[in-house]
Write a protein that binds this ligand. Structure first.
Ligand code: UDP
Ligand code: MG
Length: 138
C-alpha cells in the first residue's frame, strides 16, 4: 500500500486545525499509520527542505517551521501521495482551490514572508520514503 508523509505545520496546530485535518484524512478513507507531536529542529529542516536551503527565504521557513509544535504522520492508501497533494492545494494559498486545505484555511503570503500554508505532503514516492526515514526512521 502506498504511503506518504504529512506535517500539520505550526500555524495549523496553533489555530486548532488538527482535528479538522485528521477528519479530512479519515473521511477520504486513508489510514493513519503514524502520528506524533514534536518540535522540528533547524538541522532536521535543512535536510527535509534540502532543495530550498540555498533560497533567500529559507531563514523565514525555519522561523515559521520552528515557531511551535508540528504534528507529523504517515498515511496510506491507493494513490495517497497525489491525492494528499490535491487535498492540500497549491503551495501559495491564493492559487489553492476552495475545498482544499490551503484553499479553505490560508491566505497569500505577505511580501518577503514565508508562506503559512498549514500542511506539508511528500511530492513523490522517493520524497515520501526519504521523509519517512528522516523524521521517523523506518
Ligand atoms: N515556501 C515559502 N516561500 C516560497 C516557497 C516556499 O515560504 O516562495 C515555504 C512554504 O511553506 C512551502 C514550503 O516552503 O510549503 C516548501 O516549498 P515547496 O515548494 O516544496 O511547496 P509545497 O511542496 O509545500 O507545496
Ligand atoms: Mg515540497
Amino acid at each position: 500500500m502506498e504511503q506518504t508523509f504529512f506535517i500539520i505545520k505550526p500555524d495549523g496546530v496553533k489555530r486548532g486545525l488538527v482535528g479538522e485535518i485528521l477528519t479530512r484524512i479519515e473521511r477520504r478513507t486513508f489510514t493513519i499509520d503514524h502520528l506524533e507531536v514534536r518540535m522540528a529542529s533547524e538541522e532536521l529542516l535543512r535536510k527535509h527542505y534540502e532543495d530550498l536551503v540555498d533560497r533567500p527565504f529559507f531563514p523565514q521557513i525555519v522561523d515559521y517551521m520552528t515557531s511551535g509544535p508540528v504534528v507529523i504522520g504517515v498515511i496510506s492508501g491507493n494513490d495517497v501521495i497525489q491525492t494528499w497533494r490535491t487535498m492540500m492545494g497549491a503551495t501559495n494559498p491564493k492559487d489553492a482551490v476552495l475545498g482544499s486545505i490551503r484553499g479553505d484555511f490560508a491566505q497569500a503570503p505577505a511580501d518577503g514572508g514565508a508562506t503559512f500554508n498549514v500542511v506539508h505532503g511528500s511530492d513523490s514516492k522517493e520524497s515520501a520514503e526519504r521523509e519517512i526515514a528522516l523524521w521517523i526512521g523506518k
